[in-house]
Every structure is written in C-alpha cells, then in structure tokens.
Design a protein around this ligand. Structure first.
Ligand code: RIB
Length: 325
C-alpha cells in the first residue's frame, strides 16, 4: 500500500519527499515497567505491561516517515495478530508495505523490554519471522532505484543485510547502517557504507577502542571511518553524539530532558538524520535534528508511539552548540 509519492521529483515545483528504503526488523514490544531491573533470583512487582509496535527496522521507517520521508519497508512478519497490527501501524504512517512479507508458520518478532523508573531499558529480542527475511536482488535493485538511502540494521540475518547493502551500493543508492545488535562487519562491506550510526558499546565492539567520552568516541569514530565510510555518528545517550567526517570530529551535546523511556531513541535519531541528509542538509545540521528528535522520543513511553512528527521537532529547543574535538 503506497500513500506517499514514490518519486523524488515533483511536478508542482515543491521538493518531493526523499525516498528511503528500510530493510529490517519488525517486533511487537512486550513492555514491562519496573521500579528497577531485578537481580538474579529476585522477584519484583512491576507497574504495568503493554504490547507496543517496535523493532529497529520498523521504528526507523516510522521515524523517517514522520520526518517527511517517503518510505518503503522491506521485512517479514508472522501470520498472526501481532503481524497484522505492525503492518497496520506502518500504513497509518503512510509507509509503503508492499514489500512486507507475511510468513506462514512463523510468529512475528517479539522484544521483551524492561523499562526502569529511570527510563533505562533492557531488551531481549526473539527474531521469529525476522529470521526469514531474504534480500531478493532483482526486486531490491528496482526498489532502491532513485532512493536517497537504504537503511539497515542487524536484527535480521546478517548475510541478507550484507546482500541488500551490496545491491544498493551497486545501484548507486547510499547506505545508512545501524549495526545493532552489534556483530562483526566483514571487511568487504565497510566501503559500501556511506553513513554508520553506532552507540558507544557498538563503536567499541567494532573498532576495539573505548568510546565512553566524546574524545574517545571521536577516536573510535575516526578508526571506523578509516575503514572506508564517509560519515560516522557515535551516539552517547544523554551526552549527545559525536559526528565524524572528512572535516574531523564534533561533539553535539543533547538538551537536558527528563527521560521516561529511552526505547527507540537511537531509531528516532537515525530517521531524522536520514531524512535531513536526503534533503541535502549538512551533516552537523542533520545530527542536530536527530538529537532534537531523540530528546522528544525519550520523554514519551514506548517505541513507535514516542517517535515525534517533524513539526514537533522543529518547535523543540535547539541543543547547545557543537564543540570541535
Ligand atoms: O531500538 C528499539 C527496538 O529494539 C525496540 O522497539 C525493540 O523491538 C528492539 O528491537
């Protein structure tokens, strides 16, 4: 179902929405709010439990759409109520779900999420139908034609993500990768990535250097960029993000806000970044937009319901100025 223009050109003189293709996961998040994460052997009274649409791929698709992108989602759900709910949820955001496959005999992906009173979360993901996602080279070649970005994560089979990245790169479509949950990236894949978005843990796993402070994140980002990537963002939670490109590294601090639930903050950031870059905004402006979007996201509970619309992001306070590192 396509509710938005699929072309990047417009006949009425207005800039058309940038086309973004998301190759990735969809999960129903089973969200349990708890005072604190239980220790081993501890039994705890929780506050609440709820089913909320999520999954890194779907969240990133929703963020791109709410920031003004024209989005196609390539993924798999099970033939069950959660799968239907996730499809409906994407379609309400105008996302093209024609490439969203319903897999018979597989449950839809599920994420068990504990959210503490502090807003911090702990997530266990059970892939279900996500494990059945395959990169159909011929179809993908057409799907990425004229798109500004292919966006991918690592909640679906790595070999298929690698194949999708290779097809997009070959077709001249830029690749924005969020390698989460983190796994090693094969050497030939690195130069096919245009923009890499990692948190401090993912950065450390991928380059073997600590990325806990902005200065360390800058060094880690430089090491990752040296693998052949144009732009790297290392996100640092409440401390903002470090942007690294050919001009060096900048620390972008985040505005101070009260976190209710940090789930999907990284996905929200990534969607705003992808759309801003697709529109031709500068890297630093795009990172700032992502930080403002993520700051709004963490003030609301849940994954997809907490992802802000663009007008809300544009009304939100500007973060402090960035610092050259
Ligand atoms: O990034 C947040 C997402 O990670 C959640 O929505 C959950 O589904 C897990 O995949």
């Amino acid at each position: 179902m396509s509710l938005k223009p699929s072309s990047s050109s417009s006949t009425d003189g207005r800039a058309a929405a940038p086309r973004i293709v998301v190759f990735g996961s969809l999960n129903m998040d089973l969200v349990v709010r708890v005072p604190h994460a239980p220790a081993a052997g501890e039994t705890l009274l929780g506050h609440s439990i709820a089913d909320i649409p999520g999954g890194k791929g779907a969240n990133q698709a929703v963020s791109c759409a709410r920031q003004g992108g024209s989005v196609r989602m390539i993924g798999c759900v099970g033939d069950d109520a959660h799968g239907k709910a996730l499809r409906d949820s994407l379609e309400r955001d105008g996302i093209d779900t024609a490439s969203l496959r319903t897999v018979a005999g597989e449950p839809t992906g599920t994420a068990l999420i504990l959210v503490e009173d502090s807003g911090q979360n702990r997530i266990v993901m059970i892939p279900g139908a996500n494990a059945r996602l395959e990169a159909d080279e011929a179809a993908l070649k057409q799907q990425v034609q004229g798109a500004a970005f292919l966006v991918a994560q690592f909640e679906t089979p790595l070999d298929q993500v690698a194949r999708a990245i290779a097809v997009a790169h070959e077709a001249g479509c830029k690749v924005l990768l969020n390698p989460s949950p983190v796994q090693a990236i094969a050497e030939p894949l690195w130069p096919k990535i245009d923009t890499l978005v990692v948190n401090e843990i993912e950065a450390q796993t991928l380059c073997g250097q600590s990325a806990d402070s902005p200065e360390e994140a800058a060094h880690a980002g430089q090491a990752l960029r040296a693998k052949g990537i144009a732009r790297v963002v290392v996100t640092l939670g409440s401390r903002g993000a470090v942007a690294v490109d050919a001009d060096g590294a900048r620390h972008h601090p985040a505005p101070k806000v009260q976190a209710v639930d940090t789930t999907a903050a990284g996905d929200t950031f990534l969607g705003a970044l992808a759309v801003a870059l697709s529109e031709g905004q500068g890297f630093d402006e795009a990172v700032r937009l992502g930080i403002r979007a993520a700051a709004l996201c963490i003030q609301q509970p849940g994954a997809q319901p907490s992802i802000p619309q663009r007008d809300a992001v544009l009304r939100s306070p500007m973060p402090p100025d960035w610092i050259k590192l």
